[in-house]
Design a protein around this ligand. Structure first.
Ligand code: HT7
Ligand code: ZN
Length: 876
């Protein structure tokens, strides 16, 4: 396949000012008539052909200014059209008539049908599956869309912008015309047609514009869209208050569909969502589901400015909209909920998904400089690390400086397709801050490592910290330049107060931020009256790995005394990680795992600390996961040893804290009707964390059985279900709970997904057989991405002992499934395959099996470009 390179970018030869589309919808044969108003870009040769992209579109006719084009001027190239002999100077109108078959579109890219509803997904390169078009994000045009369809099966006809006309066509057909006045790239085009219910509301913007809000869902499920609607209104207000951004059309629509490759899509004025991120009520959705809905509704809404009004020049700049929009949705959730608890969740996720990506064969810069298949670059690096880079800009510039830079960005680039250089220039121009070295964060892959050592000299009252930075080699980048790493820090004194040094030399310090800008730096803090403990990278300000052999007593000190709750969690987590890694070594050496009693004491003390909110205490009790421990160990991984050691540590903590945990659990009731608010959710999370430890201490499923029976909401039901399935899989209670759950929710696929995942993530070699059995059952379907992710995805990504079975059967199974799914839906298959990315860090036997599975995929004769790209890079 072709490799696209950032350095090859050049402007399009032709400018498209307007796009007029007519769709005559039919499941098997939809006619699309596209009329483009086109101009040759000044300076482009009058002979240059107009090249349009096309994929699985059947061409019927092409005309220019009403005249059918000569056959020899229309070349079908296999991936599009090349039109020659077009007008040299004058603008012209190009009409292309073509056909597509939505019903047979199993890739879920372009125009397809989901449960009888016509819907579209155009990002990144789906519009070319609808009609021939220069399908690149820097071609911005004003769209008018006419939809014709059967009135009975599709009473609802939606597209971007405002509806300007509707009417009857006779013979049971009708039409609607939509006009979107905002020029946009083709990837933001959307159309929906079908029979759906609606939840309606309205919003008045800060300047007084009335906006109609509509969320379309399956008939009968309207009430389940209430939380999404509430989240939308809060997002709209927040973007006005925090960023000065108002909505800009008279209507904002969201449509929930049940077949969707990703989470949601920010099409202008017509967001399309995976229904998993819209539908919620206490019976079917957990606290985590509510939090996700809030975050994703906000994310897509925020794209209206960061993505739609200002879009990307090319797909290399994807982080321009995604990293920035993730940063915005993170800040929104932090403001709506608890800031430290939200930050803990973000950091856990970043470390669980982005760090392994950055450390493995699929590592790439936040702004990649080459790709074979752009769909494979909707990654944790582009999204999550991209957000962290924006967060660092905010750290460097401060709140006011950051806002000034954003204001300039919106002002200067509104209506444009921009680049990362444009973005960074706004912050530099607005504040005078030099981001010259900082911009390496966009171009250098790999998680930087900062090694630290410290000395305190009581005689001179000088505290010295030495830093050494390095960035690991990554594919295509053997050598790295020195980065600008901003680190928030504090020097915590024995009494818990903070040292205020009289002078700092060896590094620039602004407020509480230390700037590392050299490969090695020694920083002296003078006037430090007692031995301090260095609290480094507060707030996980920089996404790096810190190598710092802090004594357990120092970590415990920070966990108890840091002023910032996030930093307390960070210290506790680092302490727990230290103990777990030692436990794994013991386990592998055949010894008995013992646990530093001070760790258990610190965790129990944190759990007991009434000054801390329950949600935080729940996080404090959650040990690093098996995959986190594997990442920390780095190589020669034995997932069984990690599992056993972690269980042993968990059990010791449970037994040590049993009495206190039981007392605390009794205080965490949430009486009255279920409410998804953060405080109530925090209590539930804490109660469930305590219940897990107590069940381990009792070595009994009794508490979980009781909790399952008493539950009156999905959070309280699914937690004991997981506990039973994962900790007491052989118990009668586990089987009974799974059966009850299935019986109760058999006709709600989104809930059945939880049931599938709970079973797929049950630890141990036997789970693979269970997964196979579930695949044969009535609830599974390879053609629905949510089902695939809930069962196969959860097994491969969330079951380290099951998936990495020593006999390699887990890898072989995944290979079979990737190959089976690839023929229908390459994007889903390729994403599934990324679960193999850490295969090289496994112990030798498992590594051999993993390689064999990957090589089998690579040798298959028909692979999509998506899977081909991932398998080649994973094996390279
Ligand atoms: N911008 C959206 C990306 C997206 C997507 C990409 C490839 C294939 C299917 C897709 N569906 C949505 C999602 C977002 O970041 O908001
Ligand atoms: Zn996005």
């Amino acid at each position: 396949g072709t490799t696209f390179q950032l350095s090859d970018y050049r402007e399009s030869d032709f400018i498209v000012d307007a796009v007029d589309l007519t769709f005559r919808l039919d499941p098997e044969r939809t006619e699309v008539v596209s009329t483009l108003t086109v101009r040759r870009r000044p300076g482009v040769s009058p002979d240059a052909p107009f090249v349009l992209d096309g994929d699985e579109v059947e061409l019927k006719s092409v005309s220019v200014d009403g005249q059918t084009m000569a056959e020899e001027d229309v070349a079908e190239t296999g991936n599009g059209l090349r039109l020659s002999n077009l007008p040299g100077q004058a603008a012209f109108s190009l009409t292309i008539t073509s056909e597509i078959a939505p019903e047979r579109n199993t890739q879920l890219m372009g125009l397809y049908r989901s449960s009888g509803v016509y819907t579209t997904q155009c990002e990144a390169e789906g519009f070319r599956r609808i009609t021939f078009f220069p399908d690149r994000p820097d071609v911005l045009a004003v769209y008018t869309t006419r939809i014709e369809a059967d009135r009975e099966s599709a009473p609802l006809l939606l597209a971007n912008g405002n509806c300007i006309e509707t009417g009857d066509l006779g013979e049971g057909r009708h039409y609607a015309v939509w006009h979107d006045p905002h020029p946009k790239p083709s990837y933001l085009f959307a159309l929906v047609a079908g029979d759906l219910g609606v939840l309606e509301d309205d919003f008045t913007t800060a300047s007084g514009r009335e906006v109609a809000l509509k969320i379309y869902v399956e008939h009968g499920k309207e009430a389940r869209a209430a939380y999404a609607m509430d989240s939308l209104k809060r997002s709209m207000r927040w973007d006005e208050e925090r960023f000065g951004r108002e909505y800009d059309l008279d209507i904002f629509m969201i449509v929930a569909v049940s077949d969707f490759n990703m989470g949601a899509m920010e099409n202008k004025g017509l967001n399309v969502f995976n229904d998993k991120y819209v539908l919620a009520d206490p019976e079917i959705a957990t606290d985590a589901d509510y939090a996700n809905i809030e975050a994703i509704i906000a994310h897509e809404y925020f794209h209206n400015w960061t993505g739609n009004r200002i879009t990307c020049r090319d797909w290399f700049q994807l982080c321009l909209k995604e990293g920035l929009t993730v940063y915005r949705d993170h800040e929104f959730s932090a403001d709506q909920r608890s800031r430290p608890v939200k930050r803990i969740a973000e950091v856990r996720l970043l470390k669980a998904h982005q760090f392994p990506e950055d450390a493995g064969p699929l590592a790439h810069p936040v702004r990649p400089d080459r790709y074979r298949e752009i769909s494979n670059f909707y990654t944790a690096t582009v999204y999550e690390k991209g957000s962290e880079v924006v967060r660092m800009i905010a750290t460097l510039l401060g709140e006011d400086g950051f806002r000034k830079g954003m204001d300039l960005y919106f002002d200067r680039h509104d209506g444009e397709a921009a680049t990362i250089e444009d973005f960074l220039a706004c912050f530099e121009d607005a504040t005078g801050f030099d981001l010259g070295q900082f911009r390496l964060w966009y171009d250098q892959a790999g998680t930087p490592v900062v090694s630290v050592s410290t000395v305190w000299d009581p005689g001179s009252r000088r505290f010295t910290a030495s830093f050494e930075q390095s960035v690991p080699a990554t594919p295509g980048q053997a050598k790295k330049d020195v980065m600008h790493i901003p680190l928030r820090f504090g020097l915590v004194l024995p009494d818990g107060s903070e040292a205020e040094p009289t002078s700092v030399t060896g590094a620039r310090v602004t407020d509480d931020v230390l700037h590392l800008t050299q490969r090695s730096q020694t920083v002296q803090f003078d006037g430090v009256s007692a031995r301090p403990v260095l609290s480094l990278n507060r707030g996980f300000c920089a996404p790096i790995n810190v190598h710092f052999e802090q004594a357990p007593a120092d970590l415990a000190h920070l966990a108890r005394h840091e002023s910032d709750p996030f930093a307390r969690w960070q210290a506790l987590n680092a302490y727990a990680m230290r103990v777990l890694v030692e436990a794994v070594a013991k386990e592998r050496a055949g010894g008995t795992v013992d646990v530093d009693p001070a760790l258990a004491e610190t965790m129990i003390a944190t759990a007991e600390d009434e000054t801390l909110e329950p949600a935080f205490r729940a996080q404090a009790l959650a040990l690093p996961g098996e995959n986190d421990i594997a990442r920390e160990i780095g190589n020669d991984i034995d997932p069984d040893a990690i599992f056993a050691a972690r269980r042993a540590v968990q059990t010791v903590i449970g037994k040590t804290g049993a009495e206190i945990f039981a007392r605390l659990a009794d205080t965490m009731e949430t009486p009255g009707a279920y409410s998804p608010d953060a405080a109530s959710a925090g209590k539930r999370a804490f109660r469930h964390a305590l219940m897990t430890y107590l069940s381990l201490a009792d070595a009994s499923p009794a508490r979980a059985n009781e909790a399952f029976a008493a539950a009156d909401n999905m959070t309280d039901l699914s937690q004991p279900l997981l506990l039973l399935a994962h900790f007491f899989p052989e118990s009668e209670g586990a089987n009974a709970a799974l059966a009850t759950f299935e019986e109760r929710f058999h006709d709600t696929p989104l809930v059945i997904d939880k049931w599938l995942s709970a079973q797929a993530t049950a630890p141990g070699a036997a789970t693979l057989e269970r997964v196979r059995m579930l695949m044969e059952g009535e609830h599974f379907s390879r053609s629905n991405p949510n089902r695939v992710r809930a069962l196969i995805g959860a097994f491969a990504a969330g079951n380290p002992t099951g998936f990495n079975r020593a006999d390699g059967a887990g890898f072989a199974f995944l290979a079979d499934e990737v190959l089976a799914i690839d023929g229908r839906n390459p994007q889903v298959a390729a994403r599934l395959l990324t679960t193999m990315r850490s295969w090289r860090s496994l112990e030798e036997g498992r590594r051999r099996h993993a390689r064999a599975a990957l090589e089998r995929i690579a040798a298959a004769d028909k692979l999509s470009s998506d899977v081909r790209d991932i398998v080649d890079r994973t094996l390279a």
